[in-house]
Design a protein around this ligand. Structure first.
Ligand SMILES: [Zn+2]
Length: 317
């Protein structure tokens, strides 16, 4: 007489359930632990991204992402480069506070700063950006999704999407988090045509997004002339601290700006001279700004693109 063995039957069920769930599991984002954040000033938290390009291993964790906690609400400032990283950032927020996440602010359009937005849909926040952000993201949506999916791989990319701002900032605007306000200032074309500076007025902390790169070579996707002009203006500002888009969690004005100013000014000077000398773009990309090579990480990945953009802008001066 043979009785069914309860253990093997249980095992059979488990295997059956696992097989049934397998097609779904393949599309579950690769969530990790809560993102590592530091409180750089009371209620101001920053996660520092790695100095890398997007990969399945880093899941788009290559840019700084921050949040500010008021007495009534939380605002997120940039959401990192994938829904999975956005979720890790959200978990970090939830380990600090249960207050509602009312605002998700993007400092500009680049995917390593916006693809984590999807993780905050559940909070039904106001998505905030420069008034030109929606157009820029609309135009580049397909390209960004395709290239980032390729770089991150299916697992790390899962759930990532482009979410357009629901509040467009055209002039300096204040939002209230309860006992503290954030000042949002849209900028003229510089790093991109949709850079937004965010200031936590309570702690005098400036979030500069990719208007400020440190260690990671700057990436030019707007106007080199506009960016240099803006850096001159920013050098006159006072702040307790600034948070770069790529670099350490906090830095100090004005010295934080100096390496980037030097880098962009060197490219502009070299390219202008070469244009006068009748050099071609191809020649410029082999020499312009190369004295900066050892000063930056990821120089080989972005520098030639920066020279190309600068040449295209400056040859029509
Ligand atoms: Zn950027």
């Amino acid at each position: 007489m043979c009785k069914p063995n309860p253990i093997s039957r249980k095992t059979f069920l488990k295997v059956g359930l696992a097989l049934a769930a397998a097609p779904l599991l393949r599309y579950v984002p690769a969530y990790g632990a809560p993102a590592e954040v530091s409180e750089v000033a009371p209620g101001v938290f920053v996660h520092q991204g790695r100095y890398e390009v997007q990969s399945p291993d880093n899941r788009g964790d290559i840019s700084n992402a921050s949040f500010v906690v008021g007495s009534e609400a939380v605002a997120v400032i940039d959401t990192s480069g994938s829904a999975a990283m956005g979720q890790d950032l959200r978990d970090a927020i939830r380990s600090v506070t249960n207050k509602p996440i009312r605002y998700v602010i993007n400092t500009h359009m680049h995917p390593d700063h916006v693809l984590g937005n999807a993780a905050f849909k559940q909070d039904q926040p106001t998505f905030v950006g420069h008034y030109k952000l929606a157009r820029a993201l609309g135009t580049r949506r397909e390209g960004y999704l395709t290239s980032n999916k390729q770089m991150l791989g299916d697992a790390a990319f899962a759930g990532s999407e482009i979410i357009l701002p629901t509040l467009a900032i055209k002039e300096p605007t204040t939002i209230d988090l309860g006992d503290r306000t954030l000042l949002l200032e849209p900028q003229a074309t510089a790093h991109t045509d949709n850079d937004l500076i965010v200031t936590d007025t309570k702690t005098d902390t400036l979030f500069l997004g990719d208007l400020l790169f440190s260690v990671h070579v700057p990436t030019l996707d707007g106007s080199i002339k506009g960016w240099l002009a803006l850096l001159d203006e920013m050098g006159k500002r006072k702040a307790a601290r600034v948070v770069p888009g790529h670099g350490p969690k906090t830095m100090e004005l004005p010295q934080a700006l100096e390496p980037e100013q030097r880098y962009l000014a060197t490219i502009a000077a070299d390219v202008r001279r070469q244009i006068v000398e009748g050099k071609t773009l191809a020649e410029a990309t082999k020499t312009a700004g190369f004295s900066e090579k050892d000063a930056w990480k990821l120089f080989d990945q972005y520098h030639v693109r920066n020279v190309t953009a600068a040449f295209a802008e400056l040859e029509w001066e």
